[in-house]
Design a protein around this ligand. Structure first.
Ligand code: ZN
Length: 468
Protein backbone atom coordinates (compact mmCIF):
# COMPACT_ATOMS: atom_id res chain seq x y z
CA UNK A 1 0.00 0.00 0.00
CA UNK A 2 1.54 3.30 -1.14
CA UNK A 3 0.91 6.60 0.61
CA UNK A 4 0.30 8.49 -2.60
CA UNK A 5 -0.24 7.63 -6.25
CA UNK A 6 0.03 10.45 -8.79
CA UNK A 7 -1.59 9.30 -12.02
CA UNK A 8 -1.51 10.22 -15.69
CA UNK A 9 0.85 13.22 -15.62
CA UNK A 10 3.42 13.80 -18.35
CA UNK A 11 6.43 12.82 -16.21
CA UNK A 12 9.79 14.38 -17.11
CA UNK A 13 12.81 12.94 -15.30
CA UNK A 14 15.92 13.43 -17.46
CA UNK A 15 18.27 11.40 -15.26
CA UNK A 16 16.13 8.30 -15.78
CA UNK A 17 15.19 9.19 -19.38
CA UNK A 18 11.50 9.38 -18.55
CA UNK A 19 9.51 11.74 -20.78
CA UNK A 20 6.02 10.31 -21.16
CA UNK A 21 2.61 10.01 -19.56
CA UNK A 22 2.87 7.66 -16.59
CA UNK A 23 2.27 7.29 -12.83
CA UNK A 24 4.41 8.03 -9.77
CA UNK A 25 3.98 6.11 -6.50
CA UNK A 26 5.24 7.53 -3.20
CA UNK A 27 5.87 5.81 0.09
CA UNK A 28 7.41 7.21 3.28
CA UNK A 29 8.37 10.41 1.50
CA UNK A 30 10.34 8.57 -1.19
CA UNK A 31 9.68 7.61 -4.78
CA UNK A 32 8.43 4.00 -4.69
CA UNK A 33 7.82 3.42 -8.39
CA UNK A 34 7.47 5.25 -11.70
CA UNK A 35 5.71 3.53 -14.59
CA UNK A 36 2.72 3.24 -16.86
CA UNK A 37 -0.64 2.28 -15.30
CA UNK A 38 0.69 1.40 -11.86
CA UNK A 39 -1.83 -0.98 -10.32
CA UNK A 40 -0.92 -0.96 -6.62
CA UNK A 41 -3.25 0.48 -3.97
CA UNK A 42 -2.60 3.85 -2.36
CA UNK A 43 -3.90 5.85 0.60
CA UNK A 44 -4.58 8.75 -1.78
CA UNK A 45 -4.79 8.79 -5.58
CA UNK A 46 -4.49 12.05 -7.50
CA UNK A 47 -5.17 12.36 -11.20
CA UNK A 48 -2.88 14.83 -12.97
CA UNK A 49 -4.11 14.23 -16.52
CA UNK A 50 -2.95 16.99 -18.85
CA UNK A 51 -0.26 18.32 -16.51
CA UNK A 52 3.54 18.07 -16.46
CA UNK A 53 5.21 16.48 -13.41
CA UNK A 54 8.92 16.98 -12.76
CA UNK A 55 11.34 16.59 -9.84
CA UNK A 56 10.79 19.59 -7.52
CA UNK A 57 12.00 22.89 -8.91
CA UNK A 58 15.23 24.07 -7.29
CA UNK A 59 15.95 27.78 -7.59
CA UNK A 60 19.70 28.14 -7.13
CA UNK A 61 19.66 31.89 -6.53
CA UNK A 62 17.06 33.54 -4.33
CA UNK A 63 16.79 36.03 -1.47
CA UNK A 64 14.84 35.31 1.70
CA UNK A 65 16.27 38.00 4.02
CA UNK A 66 13.79 40.81 4.58
CA UNK A 67 16.44 43.46 3.86
CA UNK A 68 16.00 42.48 0.19
CA UNK A 69 12.26 42.96 0.15
CA UNK A 70 10.05 41.23 2.72
CA UNK A 71 9.79 38.10 4.88
CA UNK A 72 7.54 36.47 2.25
CA UNK A 73 10.28 34.86 0.17
CA UNK A 74 9.42 31.22 1.04
CA UNK A 75 5.75 31.84 0.32
CA UNK A 76 6.47 33.59 -2.99
CA UNK A 77 8.75 30.75 -4.08
CA UNK A 78 6.31 28.00 -3.11
CA UNK A 79 3.41 29.77 -4.86
CA UNK A 80 5.53 29.54 -8.01
CA UNK A 81 6.23 25.82 -7.70
CA UNK A 82 9.71 25.97 -6.13
CA UNK A 83 10.43 23.24 -3.56
CA UNK A 84 14.10 23.99 -2.77
CA UNK A 85 15.97 27.29 -2.83
CA UNK A 86 19.52 28.51 -2.33
CA UNK A 87 19.47 31.80 -0.48
CA UNK A 88 22.32 33.96 -1.71
CA UNK A 89 22.95 36.52 1.05
CA UNK A 90 21.04 35.78 4.24
CA UNK A 91 21.26 37.47 6.71
CA UNK A 92 21.26 33.95 8.17
CA UNK A 93 19.68 34.84 11.54
CA UNK A 94 16.91 36.78 9.89
CA UNK A 95 16.07 34.01 7.40
CA UNK A 96 15.97 31.35 10.12
CA UNK A 97 14.10 33.56 12.61
CA UNK A 98 11.41 34.13 9.98
CA UNK A 99 10.66 30.42 9.50
CA UNK A 100 8.20 29.89 12.40
CA UNK A 101 5.98 32.71 11.16
CA UNK A 102 6.61 32.67 7.41
CA UNK A 103 7.87 29.15 6.61
CA UNK A 104 5.73 27.19 4.16
CA UNK A 105 7.56 23.87 4.31
CA UNK A 106 10.11 24.35 1.51
CA UNK A 107 13.77 23.30 1.65
CA UNK A 108 16.30 26.10 1.94
CA UNK A 109 20.07 26.38 1.94
CA UNK A 110 21.42 29.70 3.17
CA UNK A 111 24.66 31.49 2.35
CA UNK A 112 25.68 34.14 4.86
CA UNK A 113 26.86 37.35 3.22
CA UNK A 114 30.53 38.09 3.75
CA UNK A 115 30.30 41.79 3.07
CA UNK A 116 31.34 45.14 4.46
CA UNK A 117 29.79 47.04 6.15
CA UNK A 118 27.59 44.19 7.43
CA UNK A 119 29.52 41.07 8.43
CA UNK A 120 33.01 42.55 7.90
CA UNK A 121 34.06 45.90 9.29
CA UNK A 122 36.28 46.84 6.33
CA UNK A 123 36.84 45.76 2.73
CA UNK A 124 40.09 44.03 3.73
CA UNK A 125 39.31 41.60 6.57
CA UNK A 126 42.13 39.38 7.86
CA UNK A 127 42.14 35.63 7.35
CA UNK A 128 41.30 35.28 11.02
CA UNK A 129 38.20 37.45 10.64
CA UNK A 130 37.18 35.34 7.64
CA UNK A 131 37.59 32.10 9.58
CA UNK A 132 35.57 33.46 12.48
CA UNK A 133 32.73 34.45 10.18
CA UNK A 134 32.75 31.15 8.25
CA UNK A 135 32.93 28.98 11.39
CA UNK A 136 30.11 30.86 13.07
CA UNK A 137 27.94 30.82 9.94
CA UNK A 138 28.35 27.06 9.44
CA UNK A 139 27.69 26.40 13.12
CA UNK A 140 24.52 28.48 12.98
CA UNK A 141 23.22 26.50 9.98
CA UNK A 142 24.53 28.24 6.87
CA UNK A 143 25.71 26.13 3.94
CA UNK A 144 28.49 28.62 3.29
CA UNK A 145 29.18 32.22 2.43
CA UNK A 146 28.47 34.66 -0.38
CA UNK A 147 30.68 37.47 -1.59
CA UNK A 148 28.44 40.36 -2.58
CA UNK A 149 31.29 41.92 -4.51
CA UNK A 150 29.06 43.62 -7.04
CA UNK A 151 27.22 45.53 -4.30
CA UNK A 152 29.66 45.76 -1.39
CA UNK A 153 33.12 44.93 -2.73
CA UNK A 154 36.23 43.55 -1.06
CA UNK A 155 39.73 44.01 -2.46
CA UNK A 156 40.61 41.44 -5.20
CA UNK A 157 43.29 39.54 -3.24
CA UNK A 158 41.03 39.58 -0.18
CA UNK A 159 38.18 38.12 -2.25
CA UNK A 160 40.50 35.41 -3.50
CA UNK A 161 41.66 34.59 0.04
CA UNK A 162 38.05 34.43 1.20
CA UNK A 163 37.15 31.92 -1.52
CA UNK A 164 40.11 29.73 -0.56
CA UNK A 165 39.43 30.05 3.17
CA UNK A 166 35.81 28.98 2.64
CA UNK A 167 36.95 25.99 0.60
CA UNK A 168 39.43 24.99 3.31
CA UNK A 169 36.46 24.86 5.67
CA UNK A 170 34.49 22.81 3.10
CA UNK A 171 31.90 25.60 3.01
CA UNK A 172 29.83 26.44 -0.07
CA UNK A 173 31.10 29.65 -1.60
CA UNK A 174 29.37 31.87 -4.11
CA UNK A 175 30.43 35.21 -5.52
CA UNK A 176 28.50 38.03 -7.10
CA UNK A 177 31.47 39.25 -9.15
CA UNK A 178 32.99 42.60 -8.36
CA UNK A 179 35.81 43.93 -6.19
CA UNK A 180 37.19 47.31 -5.21
CA UNK A 181 38.95 47.23 -8.63
CA UNK A 182 36.25 45.97 -10.99
CA UNK A 183 32.50 46.31 -11.00
CA UNK A 184 29.60 43.91 -11.41
CA UNK A 185 30.24 43.53 -15.13
CA UNK A 186 32.20 41.42 -17.59
CA UNK A 187 35.51 42.78 -16.24
CA UNK A 188 34.48 41.81 -12.73
CA UNK A 189 33.55 38.35 -14.00
CA UNK A 190 36.91 37.89 -15.71
CA UNK A 191 38.62 38.97 -12.50
CA UNK A 192 36.50 36.65 -10.30
CA UNK A 193 37.31 33.66 -12.51
CA UNK A 194 41.02 34.53 -12.32
CA UNK A 195 40.81 34.98 -8.54
CA UNK A 196 39.12 31.58 -8.13
CA UNK A 197 42.36 30.22 -9.57
CA UNK A 198 40.95 26.85 -10.62
CA UNK A 199 39.13 26.17 -7.34
CA UNK A 200 35.40 25.37 -7.35
CA UNK A 201 33.23 28.47 -7.11
CA UNK A 202 29.56 29.26 -7.65
CA UNK A 203 29.61 32.43 -9.73
CA UNK A 204 26.24 34.11 -9.36
CA UNK A 205 23.86 35.16 -12.16
CA UNK A 206 26.08 35.22 -15.26
CA UNK A 207 23.51 37.33 -17.14
CA UNK A 208 24.26 40.21 -14.76
CA UNK A 209 27.72 40.58 -16.32
CA UNK A 210 26.30 40.67 -19.86
CA UNK A 211 24.18 43.83 -19.70
CA UNK A 212 26.30 45.83 -22.10
CA UNK A 213 28.07 47.89 -19.41
CA UNK A 214 31.52 47.61 -21.03
CA UNK A 215 30.98 46.20 -24.55
CA UNK A 216 27.87 45.37 -26.60
CA UNK A 217 25.87 42.85 -24.56
CA UNK A 218 26.24 39.95 -27.02
CA UNK A 219 29.99 40.46 -27.15
CA UNK A 220 30.08 40.27 -23.36
CA UNK A 221 27.93 37.13 -23.53
CA UNK A 222 30.39 35.48 -25.93
CA UNK A 223 33.28 36.37 -23.60
CA UNK A 224 31.40 34.98 -20.59
CA UNK A 225 30.60 31.70 -22.38
CA UNK A 226 34.18 31.27 -23.59
CA UNK A 227 35.51 31.95 -20.09
CA UNK A 228 33.16 29.41 -18.50
CA UNK A 229 34.10 26.77 -21.08
CA UNK A 230 37.78 27.26 -20.24
CA UNK A 231 37.16 27.20 -16.47
CA UNK A 232 34.97 24.20 -15.66
CA UNK A 233 35.62 24.78 -11.94
CA UNK A 234 33.08 27.61 -12.15
CA UNK A 235 29.51 26.45 -11.48
CA UNK A 236 26.85 29.02 -12.21
CA UNK A 237 23.30 30.02 -12.95
CA UNK A 238 21.66 32.69 -15.02
CA UNK A 239 18.21 34.09 -14.53
CA UNK A 240 15.46 34.73 -17.01
CA UNK A 241 13.83 37.90 -15.72
CA UNK A 242 14.56 41.37 -17.12
CA UNK A 243 14.51 42.69 -13.55
CA UNK A 244 17.44 42.79 -11.15
CA UNK A 245 17.39 43.18 -7.37
CA UNK A 246 19.36 45.71 -5.38
CA UNK A 247 19.06 48.32 -2.65
CA UNK A 248 18.33 52.02 -3.13
CA UNK A 249 20.13 53.13 0.03
CA UNK A 250 22.09 56.40 0.01
CA UNK A 251 24.76 57.27 2.54
CA UNK A 252 24.98 60.40 4.70
CA UNK A 253 26.52 62.36 1.80
CA UNK A 254 23.68 61.30 -0.49
CA UNK A 255 25.80 58.87 -2.53
CA UNK A 256 24.47 55.48 -3.60
CA UNK A 257 25.76 52.65 -1.37
CA UNK A 258 25.35 49.71 -3.78
CA UNK A 259 27.61 49.68 -6.85
CA UNK A 260 24.95 47.76 -8.78
CA UNK A 261 22.41 50.52 -8.16
CA UNK A 262 25.05 52.99 -9.33
CA UNK A 263 25.50 51.01 -12.59
CA UNK A 264 21.76 50.92 -13.19
CA UNK A 265 21.32 54.64 -12.59
CA UNK A 266 24.20 55.39 -14.95
CA UNK A 267 22.76 53.03 -17.56
CA UNK A 268 19.48 54.95 -17.61
CA UNK A 269 21.26 58.35 -17.64
CA UNK A 270 20.83 59.33 -13.99
CA UNK A 271 23.41 60.47 -11.44
CA UNK A 272 24.58 57.95 -8.84
CA UNK A 273 23.13 59.74 -5.86
CA UNK A 274 19.95 60.68 -4.05
CA UNK A 275 18.88 63.00 -6.84
CA UNK A 276 19.47 60.27 -9.43
CA UNK A 277 17.26 57.80 -7.55
CA UNK A 278 14.55 60.43 -7.16
CA UNK A 279 14.55 61.13 -10.90
CA UNK A 280 14.73 57.43 -11.83
CA UNK A 281 11.71 56.68 -9.62
CA UNK A 282 9.71 59.52 -11.15
CA UNK A 283 10.72 58.42 -14.66
CA UNK A 284 9.48 54.87 -14.02
CA UNK A 285 12.99 53.39 -14.39
CA UNK A 286 13.68 52.52 -10.75
CA UNK A 287 11.28 50.41 -8.69
CA UNK A 288 10.98 49.96 -4.93
CA UNK A 289 10.13 46.59 -3.42
CA UNK A 290 7.22 46.96 -1.00
CA UNK A 291 5.09 44.79 1.23
CA UNK A 292 1.83 44.30 -0.67
CA UNK A 293 0.26 42.36 2.21
CA UNK A 294 1.49 38.80 2.28
CA UNK A 295 3.86 39.13 -0.68
CA UNK A 296 6.21 41.79 -2.01
CA UNK A 297 5.69 43.69 -5.21
CA UNK A 298 7.31 46.46 -7.22
CA UNK A 299 6.24 50.06 -7.41
CA UNK A 300 7.50 53.06 -9.35
CA UNK A 301 6.50 56.71 -9.82
CA UNK A 302 5.44 59.29 -7.25
CA UNK A 303 4.05 56.83 -4.72
CA UNK A 304 7.30 54.86 -4.84
CA UNK A 305 9.28 58.04 -4.35
CA UNK A 306 7.25 58.84 -1.25
CA UNK A 307 7.85 55.36 0.12
CA UNK A 308 11.58 55.62 -0.54
CA UNK A 309 11.79 59.02 1.16
CA UNK A 310 9.81 57.81 4.17
CA UNK A 311 12.23 54.91 4.59
CA UNK A 312 15.13 57.38 4.42
CA UNK A 313 16.19 55.66 1.14
CA UNK A 314 16.81 52.31 2.87
CA UNK A 315 14.63 50.01 0.73
CA UNK A 316 15.08 47.15 -1.71
CA UNK A 317 14.85 48.13 -5.36
CA UNK A 318 14.87 46.85 -8.91
CA UNK A 319 15.59 47.97 -12.48
CA UNK A 320 14.63 46.39 -15.83
CA UNK A 321 18.30 46.09 -16.67
CA UNK A 322 18.75 42.64 -18.28
CA UNK A 323 18.54 42.66 -22.10
CA UNK A 324 16.76 39.56 -23.51
CA UNK A 325 19.26 38.04 -25.95
CA UNK A 326 22.08 37.35 -23.45
CA UNK A 327 19.57 35.58 -21.19
CA UNK A 328 18.56 33.30 -24.07
CA UNK A 329 22.10 32.63 -25.26
CA UNK A 330 23.25 31.82 -21.71
CA UNK A 331 20.32 29.42 -21.27
CA UNK A 332 21.22 27.35 -24.32
CA UNK A 333 25.07 27.45 -24.52
CA UNK A 334 26.82 24.03 -24.42
CA UNK A 335 30.33 22.78 -23.75
CA UNK A 336 32.10 20.44 -26.15
CA UNK A 337 31.04 17.45 -24.00
CA UNK A 338 27.39 18.45 -24.37
CA UNK A 339 26.92 19.75 -20.83
CA UNK A 340 25.50 23.21 -20.24
CA UNK A 341 27.90 26.15 -19.93
CA UNK A 342 25.54 27.73 -17.42
CA UNK A 343 24.46 24.92 -15.12
CA UNK A 344 21.12 26.19 -13.92
CA UNK A 345 18.21 28.53 -14.52
CA UNK A 346 17.64 30.66 -11.43
CA UNK A 347 15.60 33.78 -10.70
CA UNK A 348 17.41 35.87 -8.06
CA UNK A 349 13.84 36.07 -6.78
CA UNK A 350 12.43 34.89 -3.47
CA UNK A 351 11.21 38.01 -1.71
CA UNK A 352 12.14 40.04 -4.79
CA UNK A 353 9.08 39.66 -7.03
CA UNK A 354 10.43 37.77 -10.03
CA UNK A 355 9.94 34.08 -9.30
CA UNK A 356 9.59 33.33 -12.97
CA UNK A 357 11.13 29.87 -13.54
CA UNK A 358 7.81 28.59 -14.85
CA UNK A 359 6.14 31.78 -16.05
CA UNK A 360 9.15 32.86 -18.14
CA UNK A 361 11.56 29.89 -18.11
CA UNK A 362 9.06 27.55 -19.80
CA UNK A 363 8.94 30.02 -22.69
CA UNK A 364 12.47 28.84 -23.52
CA UNK A 365 10.93 25.43 -24.22
CA UNK A 366 8.12 26.89 -26.28
CA UNK A 367 10.70 28.79 -28.35
CA UNK A 368 12.72 25.57 -28.93
CA UNK A 369 15.71 26.97 -27.06
CA UNK A 370 15.56 24.06 -24.61
CA UNK A 371 13.70 20.76 -24.69
CA UNK A 372 11.46 20.00 -21.73
CA UNK A 373 13.96 17.45 -20.30
CA UNK A 374 16.71 20.08 -20.65
CA UNK A 375 14.53 22.60 -18.83
CA UNK A 376 14.08 20.05 -16.03
CA UNK A 377 17.80 19.39 -15.95
CA UNK A 378 18.50 23.11 -15.50
CA UNK A 379 15.75 23.71 -12.93
CA UNK A 380 16.13 20.59 -10.81
CA UNK A 381 18.81 18.01 -11.59
CA UNK A 382 21.77 20.37 -12.05
CA UNK A 383 21.01 22.65 -9.11
CA UNK A 384 20.49 19.54 -6.92
CA UNK A 385 23.99 18.44 -7.87
CA UNK A 386 25.40 21.90 -7.16
CA UNK A 387 23.89 21.65 -3.67
CA UNK A 388 25.23 18.06 -3.30
CA UNK A 389 21.66 16.81 -2.81
CA UNK A 390 22.00 13.25 -4.07
CA UNK A 391 18.37 12.38 -3.37
CA UNK A 392 16.84 15.33 -5.15
CA UNK A 393 16.62 16.46 -8.78
CA UNK A 394 15.41 13.09 -10.08
CA UNK A 395 12.66 10.51 -9.55
CA UNK A 396 14.76 7.37 -9.08
CA UNK A 397 13.28 4.77 -6.73
CA UNK A 398 14.31 5.81 -3.21
CA UNK A 399 14.83 9.49 -4.12
CA UNK A 400 13.05 12.18 -2.09
CA UNK A 401 9.50 12.62 -3.38
CA UNK A 402 9.98 16.33 -4.16
CA UNK A 403 7.72 17.08 -7.11
CA UNK A 404 6.37 20.09 -9.00
CA UNK A 405 3.28 19.74 -11.19
CA UNK A 406 2.34 22.44 -13.69
CA UNK A 407 0.21 23.35 -16.66
CA UNK A 408 2.54 23.70 -19.64
CA UNK A 409 0.05 25.82 -21.60
CA UNK A 410 -0.44 28.49 -18.93
CA UNK A 411 3.02 28.04 -17.34
CA UNK A 412 1.37 27.97 -13.91
CA UNK A 413 2.16 25.59 -11.04
CA UNK A 414 -0.73 23.34 -10.01
CA UNK A 415 0.75 21.38 -7.09
CA UNK A 416 3.97 20.63 -5.28
CA UNK A 417 5.17 18.00 -2.83
CA UNK A 418 8.24 17.74 -0.62
CA UNK A 419 9.07 14.25 0.61
CA UNK A 420 5.54 13.28 -0.35
CA UNK A 421 3.99 16.09 1.72
CA UNK A 422 1.69 18.56 -0.02
CA UNK A 423 3.11 22.09 -0.18
CA UNK A 424 1.12 23.85 -2.91
CA UNK A 425 -2.35 22.40 -3.19
CA UNK A 426 -5.52 23.87 -4.74
CA UNK A 427 -3.78 27.23 -5.10
CA UNK A 428 -2.89 27.40 -1.42
CA UNK A 429 0.16 26.70 0.70
CA UNK A 430 -0.73 23.94 3.13
CA UNK A 431 2.54 23.31 4.97
CA UNK A 432 4.65 25.07 7.59
CA UNK A 433 8.25 25.33 8.75
CA UNK A 434 11.33 24.59 6.68
CA UNK A 435 13.95 21.95 6.05
CA UNK A 436 17.42 23.48 6.07
CA UNK A 437 20.24 22.14 3.93
CA UNK A 438 23.40 22.70 5.95
CA UNK A 439 26.79 21.18 6.78
CA UNK A 440 27.42 18.75 9.64
CA UNK A 441 28.47 21.76 11.78
CA UNK A 442 25.00 23.32 11.65
CA UNK A 443 22.78 20.27 12.17
CA UNK A 444 22.45 20.83 15.92
CA UNK A 445 21.55 24.52 15.64
CA UNK A 446 18.90 23.81 13.00
CA UNK A 447 17.35 20.97 14.98
CA UNK A 448 17.37 23.13 18.10
CA UNK A 449 15.16 25.53 16.19
CA UNK A 450 12.73 22.67 15.60
CA UNK A 451 13.53 22.34 11.90
CA UNK A 452 14.71 19.35 9.93
CA UNK A 453 18.31 19.44 8.69
CA UNK A 454 19.65 17.81 5.54
CA UNK A 455 23.41 17.52 5.94
CA UNK A 456 25.52 17.81 2.80
CA UNK A 457 29.23 18.26 2.19
CA UNK A 458 29.88 21.24 -0.11
CA UNK A 459 33.53 20.17 -0.24
CA UNK A 460 32.55 17.11 -2.25
CA UNK A 461 33.54 17.25 -5.92
CA UNK A 462 30.79 17.32 -8.50
CA UNK A 463 30.89 16.11 -12.07
CA UNK A 464 28.90 17.85 -14.77
CA UNK A 465 26.58 15.66 -16.80
CA UNK A 466 25.87 16.21 -20.49
CA UNK A 467 22.45 17.55 -21.46
CA UNK A 468 20.08 14.59 -21.24
ZN1 ZN B 1 21.09 37.85 -5.74
Amino acid sequence: MWDLLLKNAHVVDPLNHVNEVCDVAIENGKIAEVGKDLQGKAEEVIDFTGLVLQPGIIDSHVHLGRMWGSPYGPKMLAMNGVTTALDMAGPLEDVLDSVPEYGVGINMAILQFASPPFTFKTNAPSKEEMETLIDKSLKDGALGVKLLGGHYPLKPDVSSLLVRTALEKRAYVAWHAGTSEHGSNIEGMIEAVAMADGYPLHLAHINAYCRGAIKPCMEETAIAIDLLKKNPNIFCESYVSPKNGTRLTCDAEGKIQSKVTGNCLRHFGFSEDRDGVRKALLAGKAFVVFDAGGYSDLMTGEKALKMWEEADSDVGGSFNINPPLPRIELAQARRDDGSFVVDAISTDGGCIPRNVILSQGLSLVKLDILTLPEFVQKTSLNPARMLRLENKGHLSVGADADITVYDYATQKPMASFIEGRKILWNGELVSKGATVICTKHGKEAIEKRGMKAIVVDPGKQIERIPAL
